[in-house]
Design a protein around this ligand. Structure first.
Ligand code: AIR
Ligand code: ASP
Length: 274
């Protein structure tokens, strides 16, 4: 997946270099006005150096952009859901980029220098994990691990050309993409976000199967959650029935994509903004 805020500060060139040097170019804050168009969002600088504007689009892609479509109201739905969830996270002192929602499809966010990694937290086997390991979707990680692990955290390198390969935490450090200290902070934040999300969705009768997070440093070098938390980036299953309430409806041609996104918007944001 194309990282948005990934690019906003410095457009890191990723991919191992032939001489084995760090694959992450040194970061310099760019004072020019920048607009970065990603697959589902755009980010632009504002006249405040430490803030950006994020715009949510109606585009819908899957398979690293191979499958493309648009869905009416998707920008509004995802903008509202992410704003609500990140507001709740900020409230419980989990630092996110979110500052305020300024229109149905725009947010003002902290400007972040994104770490080009995706952190996937899994509570239940699904998607690529099921495929890669030949496991049935739906087994909890707790059951799979005889209660040793409540969840798993996978790390992927953000690189569309390489199809966001799964890497290890060691590789991420060895390639100098993230320091050990920052990695520990991110893993701890990911666990906290998982507790929050599961607790928040449970009374809504929704199980959090897995989700993908992206982090970056703000201008004061503090690590914050960036990007989005939406049905594009999470798997949500209705409890009891297992009905899919996320982007798998689009990825797997299950139909009722817009209806399900709207239902989720109503459940999380409380009302439709239309
Ligand atoms: N994800 C991963 N890359 C992009 C996204 N959105 C999210 C999926 C799913 C989780 O990460 O939406 O919630 C795991 O995805 P996968 O493909 O590894 O099974
Ligand atoms: N976000 C990625 C894409 O749009 C992967 C996915 O969600 O399936 O291609």
């Amino acid at each position: 997946m194309v990282g948005l805020s990934n690019d906003i500060a410095h457009s890191p060139k990723l991919g191992p270099t032939s001489d084995g040097q760090s694959i992450r170019e040194s970061h310099k804050w760019d004072k020019r006005s920048l607009v970065i168009r990603g697959k589902a969002k755009s980010v632009c600088t504002t006249n405040e150096f430490d803030k950006c504007k994020m715009l949510f689009h109606d585009d819908m892609t899957a398979g690293d952009g191979e499958k493309k479509s648009t869905m009416e109201n998707k920008g509004r739905i995802n903008c509202g859901i992410s704003a609500k969830l990140m507001t709740e996270l900020n409230r419980i002192n989990i630092p996110t980029h979110f500052i305020e929602q300024t229109s149905p499809v725009t947010q003002i966010v902290h400007r972040l220098n994104m770490i080009p990694l995706e952190f996937v937290c899994r509570n239940v086997v699904a998607g690529s994990m099921a495929k890669r390991l030949g496991l049935k979707e739906g087994i909890t990680i707790a059951k799979l691990s005889n209660n040793v692990f409540p969840c798993l955290i996978d790390v992927h390198l953000k690189n569309d050309e390489l199809h966001d390969p799964l890497i290890s935490q060691d590789i991420a450090q060895a390639l100098n993409i993230v320091s050990e200290k920052d990695l520990n902070i991110i893993v701890s934040l990911t666990h906290s976000i998982n507790y929050f999300l599961k607790d928040y969705m449970k009374p809504k009768n929704i199980e959090v199967i897995d989700f993908k997070l992206e982090f970056g440093h703000d201008v004061k070098n503090k690590i914050r959650l960036g990007d989005e938390i939406t049905p594009d980036s999470c798997r949500f299953w209705e409890m009891g029935t297992g009905r899919k309430m996320d982007k798998d409806r689009f990825r797997r041609n299950l139909g009722l994509v817009e209806e399900t996104y709207k239902e989720l918007e109503y459940t999380i944001v409380g009302q439709e903004n239309s």
